[in-house]
Design a protein. Structure first.
Length: 437
């Protein structure tokens, strides 16, 4: 793993050196090669992995923007009901994959990722334009001097709050820089019955997302063994289940959809969530006449992880090695990561993957009426943590959340729940290793 990471870093540095030379006075610039891509009409398929992409966003930001520059390229979505493994097994492999960072290890195991380095060089793509945190996170996936994805958008979390609930109970609004202890203290003042409605103080995003602030691993990379029985995981699970065990949270033997309750029923006072996704959702609610008075502060942190938000997350664009139209597919990537499209995304609340200049920060969300006057600093005050991902993280996240439910619903103690989760993850890893020797 260390050697692969070193190779990826070397590749990235080399490419940055090539693309940055154009900005140095007196330097010899390397011009992009002649465009030899066919202009014959072509249809490219795009699949979504380990994230979401609404049909509205696909049409507005992908299909329409690509058609403006390359009218001969038509984009279609692969069947969203089919997992990428099924598409690969059937031979119906898409040309482009839209994936979050945690989804990339699974794609690496499927061996369908194209090295973008030749296209980066040919089209003179300036990698130094992108957010350095995202580029650092992407380095871990490159091996043998490869670059396998370009970042399309960035996710940064925030703690959103419903001003009406705070005003109703005369409680001061949350502030930037709170710890989870402080946020929970505030939440307890708001978890109460009133006027026939059960109000709840906070949605943390789940036990797994709370742990992102500590950048906790699910797997020990040195031994390839599960790593869930630790003091840090015990702390996270204990804090989460202690808060969620307050009267009103568990109903009918389960923890309800607190994010939906924050949005639809408006009975949850605070909710930690990915900022751009939430802001886009609030904008749609506003257009539908369902808006409410909200604002945001920095996502709570642990003392040990103070200054860091959740792990760095990006939605990336990948070309498959089986595509028969790789150059046209890269033309799509070049459009989606261009300054023009990224500026449109940024103004509409989709956080750009480019470096966060003062101008881009100022323009963020400027096309969303309900965003005006909001605490935009909440999205940029904390630094995202850079995590090393494994193919087993998704399973680990599910087991952590299942362990939290066992504590809340079945009354199992935290240590026993973590022990069971670790054993199940180890079993999953062994089964995977036997199936993929």
């Amino acid at each position: 793993m260390k050697m692969r990471r070193l190779a990826a870093v070397t590749a990235m540095v080399s490419l940055l050196s090539i693309t940055a030379c154009a900005g140095k006075e007196g330097a010899v610039t390397e011009k992009p090669a002649e465009n030899t891509a066919s202009t014959e009409p072509v249809t490219l398929k795009l699949a979504v992995v380990a994230t979401m992409l609404s049909d509205e966003s696909f049409q507005k930001y992908f299909v329409q923007e690509v058609q403006k520059k390359y009218p001969h390229i038509t984009l279609e979505r692969s069947d969203p009901s089919q997992a990428i493994e099924d598409l690969v097994a059937s031979g119906d492999i898409p040309d482009i994959i839209y994936s979050s960072l945690p989804g990339i290890p699974k794609l690496q195991l499927l061996d369908v990722l194209e090295d973008l380095s030749p296209y980066i060089k040919k089209y003179n793509t300036d990698l130094s334009r992108f957010d350095p945190v995202l580029m650092e996170a992407l380095q871990q996936f490159g091996g043998d001097n490869q670059v396998i994805a370009l970042p399309y958008k960035m996710n940064i979390p925030a703690l959103f709050y419903n001003k009406d609930i705070f005003d109703r109970f005369g409680v001061s609004y949350p502030e930037d820089g709170m710890t989870w202890d402080e946020a929970f203290g505030l939440a307890r003042k708001l978890t109460r019955q009133d006027g026939g409605t059960q109000y709840l103080g906070i949605f943390t995003g789940g036990a797994d997302r709370m742990a992102m602030g500590l950048n906790l691993p699910y797997v020990d990379m040195a031994t390839n063994k599960a790593k869930l029985q630790t003091d840090e995981w015990q702390q996270v699970l204990s804090m989460f289940t202690s808060e969620m065990s307050l009267s009103g949270y568990v109903a009918d033997g389960k923890l309800p959809d607190l994010w939906a309750m924050f949005n639809r029923e408006k009975s949850v006072a605070m909710a930690a969530f990915w900022g751009p996704d939430a802001i886009s959702n609030f904008g749609e609610m506003e257009r539908n006449g369902e808006g409410f008075s909200w604002d945001m502060v920095t996502v709570p942190t642990f003392k040990k992880g103070e200054g860091y938000a959740w792990q760095a997350d990006a939605h990336t664009l990948i070309i498959t090695s089986t595509s028969k139209h790789k150059e046209q597919a890269y033309q799509v990537l070049s459009v989606m990561t261009s300054d023009e499209v990224q500026s449109v995304l940024n103004k509409n609340g989709v956080l750009t993957s480019l470096q966060k200049t003062p101008e881009l920060i100022k323009d963020y969300g400027s096309e969303i009426p309900s965003f005006h006057g909001k605490n935009v600093n909440a999205l940029f005050a904390l630094k995202p943590a850079v995590k090393t991902f494994t193919p087993f993280d998704d399973k680990g996240r599910g087991l952590i959340n299942a362990a939290a439910n066992d504590v809340l619903i079945k009354g199992i103690d935290v240590n026993t729940a973590l022990k069971s989760a670790e054993e199940q993850l180890d079993q999953y890893i062994r089964q995977h290793q036997m199936a993929n020797p």
